[in-house]
Design a protein around this ligand. Structure first.
Ligand SMILES: Nc1ncnc2c1ncn2[C@@H]1O[C@H](COP(=O)(O)OP(=O)(O)OP(=O)(O)O)[C@@H](O)[C@H]1O
Ligand SMILES: [Mg+2]
Length: 326
C-alpha cells in the first residue's frame, strides 16, 4: 500500500503521534472528601497564576455539582452552553457524536472537550452544575464500576483539544463516589488540601485509603500525592501538633507554602475574581503563587534531589507564616 505524505502533519498522523505544537498536559486533581477544605479556592487561584503569570495554557475542570469553581471565577454556571456532564454522559448513553452532529443537535466538533474561555488569557474552564449530580445514578449502583469510572480518562485521552493545554486541574466534590473515581483514574497527580483540625485530618486519612485503593485496584502505582495546608487560621496547640506530624510523616509530599487565613481570598471570590487579579500584591496572592510555582517545578529532576534543603525551607516558611498570621 502506498503511503501518501503531503505535509509534516500527515507524517505525524501516520506515526500515530500528536499534532505539531501539541503537549502532554499534566493532569492534577484537588481532592479531599472533607468538605470546605479549600479545594475550589486552590484550583481557581493556582490556575489563574499558572495562566496569567506563567503563561501556561491551563484548563480547570469543575467535577463538583455545586459548580463553585465557575462561580468563583465569575462565570454563569446555571445555564451554560457546555458543562462537565458532557465529559461523562455522551459516551455513557452511547451517543454518537458524528450522528448527533449531522442531526444538527450538536456542534460538529463536539468530541472536543466542552471548554469555555475565561477572561484570563490562557485559562479555559469546564463548568459544572447540578446536572453532574445525576451521573452516579447512571452507574448501576456500583460507584466503583470499571466501565463508568473510566469515562473521564477516556474522554481526555481521545479529545483532540486535550493537548492544547500544559495543565489540566480538576476540582473534586466533597464526597467519595463515581465522580471522584473518574477523576482519580484520569490524573497522574493528586493535591490534597489538609485542614489542621481533627476532622480535617480524619478526612485526609480517609483520602489516603482511597488513593491506596485506586493505586492497587486500577493499577495506577505512580499516582503522586502532594499535600497543601490551605488555611492555617486557628493557631491552637492542636493545629501546630497536626502540622508537626504532617511534616514528620509526609516530608516529601507536604508543600512548603502554608496559606494563612486570608480575607482577600474571600473578597476576591465574592467578586468572581482570583486573588491574583484582585489583590496581586497581597500575601494571599503570594502564597497561592508559591504553591503554583512549587507544583510547576515538582516534575523537574533537579528539584527531586532537594529533599534535605526542603526540610529547612519548610521550617523557615512555616515560621515566617506563623509570624505573619499571629
Ligand atoms: N486561605 C483562606 N483564607 C480565608 N478563607 C479561605 C481560604 N481558603 C478558603 N477559604 C474559604 O473557605 C471556604 C471553603 O473553601 P472552598 O470552597 O475552596 O473549599 P472546598 O474544599 O472546595 O469546599 P467543598 O468541599 O464544599 O467543595 C470558602 O468560603 C473559601 O472562600
Ligand atoms: Mg469546592
Amino acid at each position: 500500500m502506498e503511503l501518501r505524505v503531503q505535509s509534516p502533519r500527515d507524517l505525524l498522523g501516520i506515526a500515530g503521534c500528536a499534532r505539531l505544537g501539541d503537549t502532554i498536559p499534566r493532569r492534577i486533581a484537588f481532592i479531599n472528601e472533607k468538605g470546605g477544605s479549600g479545594k475550589t479556592t486552590l484550583v481557581a487561584n493556582i490556575a489563574a497564576h499558572l495562566a496569567l503569570r506563567r503563561g501556561r495554557r491551563t484548563l480547570a475542570i469543575d467535577m463538583d455539582p455545586q459548580g463553585q469553581l465557575g462561580k468563583v471565577l465569575g462565570l454563569e454556571v446555571r445555564r451554560p452552553r457546555h458543562s462537565a456532564i458532557e465529559l461523562l454522559v455522551d459516551s455513557l448513553l452511547g451517543e454518537d457524536f458524528e450522528k448527533t452532529a449531522r442531526r444538527g443537535d450538536r456542534d460538529p466538533v463536539s468530541s472536543r472537550l466542552p471548554v469555555t474561555a475565561t477572561r484570563i488569557r490562557n485559562l479555559d474552564i469546564i463548568v459544572a452544575n447540578k446536572s453532574l449530580a445525576l451521573f452516579p445514578s447512571w452507574t448501576g449502583g456500583d460507584p466503583a464500576d470499571e466501565e463508568s469510572t473510566s469515562r473521564l480518562a477516556e474522554r481526555l485521552d481521545t479529545a483532540p483539544n486535550t493537548r492544547d493545554y500544559d495543565f489540566i486541574l480538576f476540582d473534586a466534590p466533597p464526597s467519595f463516589g463515581a465522580l471522584t473515581l473518574n477523576i482519580l483514574r484520569a490524573v497522574d497527580e493528586v493535591v490534597v488540601p489538609v485542614p489542621l483540625t481533627f476532622l480535617g485530618l480524619d478526612g485526609t486519612a480517609e483520602m489516603m485509603r482511597t488513593l491506596e485503593m485506586v493505586r492497587s485496584r486500577y493499577d495506577r502505582p505512580h499516582l503522586e500525592l502532594v499535600m497543601v495546608v490551605p488555611m492555617f487560621y486557628r493557631r491552637t496547640r492542636l493545629a501546630r501538633e497536626i502540622l508537626n506530624k504532617l511534616e514528620d510523616r509526609f516530608s516529601k509530599e507536604l508543600s512548603l507554602a502554608v496559606v494563612g487565613f486570608n480575607v482577600k481570598i474571600d473578597e476576591a471570590q465574592s467578586r468572581g475574581l482570583s486573588i491574583i487579579e484582585y489583590a496581586p500584591k497581597d500575601r494571599g496572592a503570594e502564597v497561592m503563587a508559591s504553591i503554583a510555582e512549587e507544583l510547576d517545578a515538582r516534575r523537574r529532576p533537579k528539584d527531586q534531589t532537594r529533599s534535605t534543603d526542603r526540610d529547612t525551607d519548610t521550617e523557615q516558611t512555616m515560621a515566617e507564616q506563623e509570624e505573619r498570621y499571629s
